[in-house]
Design a protein around this ligand. Structure first.
Ligand code: SF4
Ligand code: SF4
Length: 219
């Protein structure tokens, strides 16, 4: 979609995208893919949600431990904001700050900005992977189930929307759910329970039951 927009509208001067390390490889938000389209069209990028509405500060202990092994003297927010700012073409990272302490912290690590080094980048991406695996539906987004669905339900994308909502209380999840249920793609409640998807799912997910949970959450 973004590729089509930028092809048809070369006058677009700048693109604002949701970009953070938890959504970088997410099947629904697709931060990495959207970023690559912006770069292909050589557009400067504005980043929103670099800390995922605060979700990347309230981390589980396992993730905190991984950051502690890097350093105990920097904030968790700093890894999230510096991750976004470390990519070429980022014009501004719009980091929401709620109080003076957060403002001071932000200025401390951004005034003489240093991109994440290799070790930091590796850890940040590992934490992102950990977060994607935790708590939600353990779909790996292999997409084997998608082609055979008679209702053309974008199953892994809807699962990803569900995960991002339950794990991060992401205010944007409903928006992405609507995106993935447009243009001929069925909603979770359109599932006719034929079971074709479950026969092919390598994770043996109870997709029909899970789609019921998804529809109760979003519809
Ligand atoms: S059970 Fe539902 S989601 Fe799975 S293939 Fe059939 S209609 Fe599609
Ligand atoms: S086949 Fe299973 S693991 Fe793969 S995308 Fe579909 S639901 Fe997810």
């Amino acid at each position: 979609m973004l590729e089509q927009i930028l092809t048809e509208h070369p006058e677009v001067e700048i693109v604002q995208i949701q970009f953070n390390y938890a959504d970088y490889l997410s099947a629904s938000v697709q931060s990495k893919k959207v970023y690559e389209v912006c770069r292909k069209f050589n557009k400067p990028i504005l980043v929103m949600e670099p800390v995922k509405g605060g979700g990347l500060v309230n981390l589980p202990n396992e993730a905190k431990k991984m950051y502690d092994e890097l350093s105990q003297n920097v904030s968790l927010a700093s890894y999230a904001v510096r991750f976004a700012a470390s990519f070429d073409g980022m014009y501004k990272v719009l980091s929401g700050m709620s109080n003076f302490e957060q403002l001071k912290d932000n200025v401390d690590y951004m005034k003489d900005f240093v991109p994440l080094n290799d070790k930091e980048m590796e850890t940040v991406l590992k934490v992102g992977e950990l977060l994607r695996r935790m708590g939600g539906i353990p779909c790996t987004a292999c997409r084997y189930c998608v082609d055979g669905c008679p209702m053309n339900i974008s199953i892994p994308d809807l699962f990803s929307c569900y995960n991002t909502k339950v794990q991060f209380q992401d205010w944007n999840a409903g928006y992405y759910y609507n995106v993935h249920t447009q243009n001929g793609h069925g909603k979770a409640s359109d599932c006719i329970k034929c079971g074709k998807c479950e026969k092919i799912c390598p994770q043996h997910l109870e997709i029909r039951n899970l789609l019921t949970k998804v529809s109760e959450t979003f519809e």
